[in-house]
Design a protein around this ligand. Sequence first.
Ligand SMILES: NC(=O)c1ccc[n+]([C@@H]2O[C@H](COP(=O)([O-])OP(=O)(O)OC[C@H]3O[C@@H](n4cnc5c(N)ncnc54)[C@H](OP(=O)(O)O)[C@@H]3O)[C@@H](O)[C@H]2O)c1
Length: 487
Amino acid sequence: MLQHVVRSTVIDAPIDRVWAVLRDFNSHDQWHDVVAESRIEGDERGDQVGCVRSFTLKDGNRIREQLLTLSDTDYKSTYCIVEATVPLQRYVATVTLKPVTDGDRTFWHWESTFATPPGQERELHDMVAEGVYEAGFENLRRFLRDGGDRRGASGLALPTALPMASRRAEVRHYGGPDTLQPGDGEAAAPEAGEVRIRQRAIGVNYLDVYLRKGWIPPMLPLPGVPGMEAAGTVVDVGAGVSGLLPGDRVAYLGPQAGAYCSVRTVPAAWVVRLPPAVEDEVAAATLLKGITADLLLRDLGHVGPGTRLLVHAAAGGVGLLVCSWARRLGATVIGTVSSEAKARVAREYGCEFPIVSPEHRFAEAVQARFGGADVVIDGIGDAAREENFAALARRGHWISLGQASGALQPLSADRLVEKSITFSRPAVFDYTATQADLAERAARVWAALADGTLKTPPIERHALGAADEAHRRLESRRTIGALVLIA
Ligand SMILES: NC(=O)c1ccc[n+]([C@@H]2O[C@H](COP(=O)([O-])OP(=O)(O)OC[C@H]3O[C@@H](n4cnc5c(N)ncnc54)[C@H](OP(=O)(O)O)[C@@H]3O)[C@@H](O)[C@H]2O)c1
C-alpha cells in the first residue's frame, strides 16, 4: 500500500524569495540540516528538468533524485527517488508555493507518495514527515532569516550591508562548562578586508577551556564567545578582498575568540580555501591542531629520524596528529596517555611506545628504555613539570604547549642548565600571523592529509547549542581525537 505524506506551512518571506531557493534542485545542502553534501550529476543545471541530484545525508545515507517537472509560473516542482540506501520505494514528491497576500508571506505545501518494506511503514512515514518536511520548513526559515540566500545564481553575493543573525554559544561569567550558554547574536556585514562566513563546523581546542575559565581575560572579555577556528562557506566579502568569493568553502583560525557561532565576520587574512577533498568537519578538526603539530615538529623540535620524541596526551586532538606526523619523519614516538583504550588508538596513529599513566609518572620508563627524550611536547602543564625534567635527555628540548592540568609554575634558568635543557612556549597564532605564513602552513597540513602523512583523528561531534557538553567531555579526559561543534 502506498503511503501519503502531506505537510504545509507558512514562511515569513515573499514567494519569489522562497521560490528562488527551492527551484534550485541542488540548494538543499545549503539550507536543510539533514543534507551533508549534494551535487548535480553531469553538466546540467540545478533547474534543468531531468537533472539528477546525488546527495549524502548526515547519517551517511546516499540518495539520487530526479527533477521531473518545474514550473516558475505555478511555483511548483515534482521529483522522484531513482536510487537510495534508505528503503523508500516509488517515492514521488511535489513542492508547491502560493502567495499569502497578508504580510507578503508564502504558503508552502510539500507532499509525497511512496511504498515501504513491511514493518517499516511508521518509521519511514515519520522520517519523511518530520525529519525531512517539518525540519526542512524550520531550516529554510532559519536560512532565509540568516540571509543565506543572498547569493545570486553565479555564486556572487548580492550587495547587502545588513547584519545576519548568528546563533552562538557565549560565556557570561568565567567558570565551569555550565557558563557556556546558547544565545543569539549578529554577524556584521564585512568591511574592507573582511569575509563573512556561514560556519558548518567549529574546532574545539583546549585553549577554549582556559578562556572560559577566565585564565586569559584579554582574549575573552565578558560576555564573550569562545572559539578560534571554524570551517564553512563564504557568504560575502568586503572591499579589497582578493582570492575569496561567495560560495567558496573555507576554514580559518585567528587570535581573537568568537568562533562558537553560526555566522561570523573575520579578517580575510585568517582564511584559507579548502581543497575539495577536505570536508568541513575534518578542516575544523585539523587546521589549528595540524599547523600546531607542524610547528612543533619542524620549527621547534627539528624532529627527524631517530629523534626520541615524548608527547603527552598522545591520544588527544593535537597528540594524534603529532604521533602520525612524527612517525613519518622517522622519530621514535613515545606518548603518555591515561587509559589503555587511549594507548591502543595512539599506537594506531604511530605512537610506538604509549605509557599509560593518568598520574603523569613516565620519566623512569623513558630513561630506562630510551636514555631520555630529545624533545618533550607538553600540553599538560604543572602536573608533569618534575617528570619532564627527569625524562629529558641532556640538551633536550621542552616545548610547553599548554596546561590542561593547571598553570605551569615559573621555571628557574638554573634548573635548565643542569642538563642544558632548552625551553620554548609557542602560540600557534604567531606562526600564522601573515597570510603567506598561514597559506603555506595550511597547505602543508592539507598535503599531509592527502598523502596519508597525517591520519585524520577520530572526530567527536556536538551541536553548537551543546558546547557546554563538548567542554565537559574535553575536560573529562575521556575524549580521543578532536571535538567539533556543528552549527
Ligand atoms: N600553544 C598553542 O599554540 C597550542 C595549540 C593547540 C593546542 N595547544 C595545547 O595542546 C594541548 C592539547 O590540546 P587539544 O585541544 O588537542 O586537547 P586534547 O589533547 O584533546 O585534550 C586534553 C588532554 O590533556 C590530557 N590531560 C592531562 N591532564 C589533564 C587534566 N588535569 N585535565 C584535562 N586533561 C588533562 C588528557 O589526556 P590524557 O587523559 O591521556 O592525559 C586530555 O585528553 C592543550 O594543552 C592545548 O592548550 C596549544
